[in-house]
Design a protein around this ligand. Structure first.
Ligand code: FAD
Length: 386
């Protein structure tokens, strides 16, 4: 199952080549200067890496989830902010439009999103509603043929640069998650206000994160994605693709940590021999390799399930949980193995160490993945609503 096809190998090699040529030279500067580097993303779009799973008729490359996972891994190996952009643009927004939007909306948004001539964002999290999505207080109310949306979202990746936003709002609070409704909103509408998040982030410093306010934002009913009350389903279906991107991105970070460790363990000498010749260091290297292999297998298993059209929610959660936690441990060990050097930005491992924490939090934290896995195994008790 985990042998790559010839086509998958070509895509992986292409992503690797572009990552090295286009992303790597900018990665450190983007992080240190906190710059959202649009030119890099546009080049990935022109090279066909952004519209992976989108059908060719809408400007995409019609790749499977496995091939897409390889792209995420290769970009994640170099820059989590760039890989994170892609997971939102492709995995959450474009995939959602392809699955749920009208033909008119697909033709309007998918070709420019695939080429990065337009940017999308996914507006779910609110100050009072993170893991508990159903607690959202953003409201959508009917007003004649339109909807009027009021509320606030934050931590929205691409939010300040997006041309189109996937907005989740509560249309019937009494129904809790069954009242949530999804809308596709051009960001140049009156009532769509956004600002950069002011605090300095731990990682993903080359990414754009916004606080967005909807103040009497008026949208026609044609902007709705899915039926009224189907927004939670839209959001969760999108997260299956998005979380696969996070798992594969974590595999990339893990691989980058192992590469850095091997390089350092070969070069650095103490007590008259290479660091890598000490058995305790070899344990670290072996454990990192085993974790990486396992994370990659789980990620490809989830991608294979998605490609086969099987219900992949649990497999994706298993992959995201394991891959992000294994990569976080690998990043910690990579910094330690570099000694004082690892504690400074002379070496890239400190950025991997900062970035990987974000992957453990967004698109559902580790604990939320554990809830999804365990509840799926247990099944619901009669009358249980949570
Ligand atoms: C870099 C970055 C980019 C992001 N991009 C986006 C984006 O594009 N769009 C978007 O909508 N959101 C985005 N987010 C927000 C992200 O999805 C949320 O931060 C995440 O879902 C967690 O929500 P929270 O921060 O409110 O934490 P909380 O929900 O308050 O959770 C805090 C802690 O409590 C734990 N916890 C919560 N509930 C339970 C429970 N029932 N059982 C056990 N433990 C629990 C969590 O695991 C976590 O460790 C982004 C976040 C980051 C850091």
């Amino acid at each position: 199952m985990f042998e790559l096809s010839a086509e998958e190998e070509v895509i992986r090699d292409r992503a690797r080549e572009l990552g090295e040529r286009v992303v790597r030279p900018e990665a450190r500067r983007s992080d240190e200067d906190r710059v959202f580097n649009r030119a890099v993303l546009e080049e990935l779009g022109r090279a066909g890496l952004v519209g992976g799973p989108i059908r060719k008729v809408y400007g995409g490359s019609e790749l499977g989830h496995r091939a897409q996972a390889l792209i995420y891994e290769e970009l994640g190996r170099i820059d989590s902010a760039v890989r994170g952009f892609l997971a939102v643009q492709t995995g959450l927004v474009a995939s959602c439009i392809q699955a749920w939007a009208s033909e008119e909306q697909k033709l309007r948004w998918l070709p420019p999103l695939c080429r990065v001539e337009a940017i999308g964002c996914y507006c779910l999290t609110e100050p009072g509603a993170g893991s508990d999505v159903a607690a959202m207080s953003t409201r959508a109310r009917r007003d004649g043929a339109d909807w009027v949306i009021d509320g606030e979202k934050f931590w929205i990746t691409n939010g300040n640069v997006a041309d189109v936003a996937l907005v989740f709002a509560q249309a019937d609070p009494e129904k809790k998650h069954k009242g949530i409704t999804a809308f596709l909103v051009p960001t140049d509408q009156p009532g769509f206000r956004r600002e950069k998040m002011t605090a300095m982030e731990l990682g993903h410093r080359g990414a754009d994160h916004a606080r967005i306010r909807f103040e009497g934002l008026r949208v026609p009913d044609a902007a709705r994605l899915g039926a009224v009350g189907e927004g939670f389903k839209v959001a969760m279906a999108a997260l299956d693709c998005g979380r696969l991107g996070v798992a594969a991105g974590a595999v990339g970070v893990h691989a980058a940590c192992l590469d850095a460790v091997l390089d350092h363990a070969r070069r650095r000498r103490q007590f008259g021999q290479r660091l890598g010749d000490f058995q305790m260091i070899q344990k670290t290297i072996a454990d990192m390799h085993v974790g990486l292999e396992a994370a990659r297998c789980l990620t490809m298993k989830a991608a294979t399930d998605l490609d086969a059209g099987r219900d992949a929610t649990r497999a994706v959660s298993v992959a995201k949980l394991f891959a992000t936690e294994a990569a976080a441990e690998a990043a910690h060990q990579a910094v330690l193995l570099h000694g004082g050097r690892g504690y400074s930005n002379d070496y890239p491992v400190e950025r991997y160490y900062r970035d990987i924490v974000g992957l453990e939090i967004y698109e559902g934290s580790s604990n939320i993945q554990r809830l999804i896995i365990a509840r799926g195994l247990l099944g619901r008790d009669e009358g249980q609503t949570l």
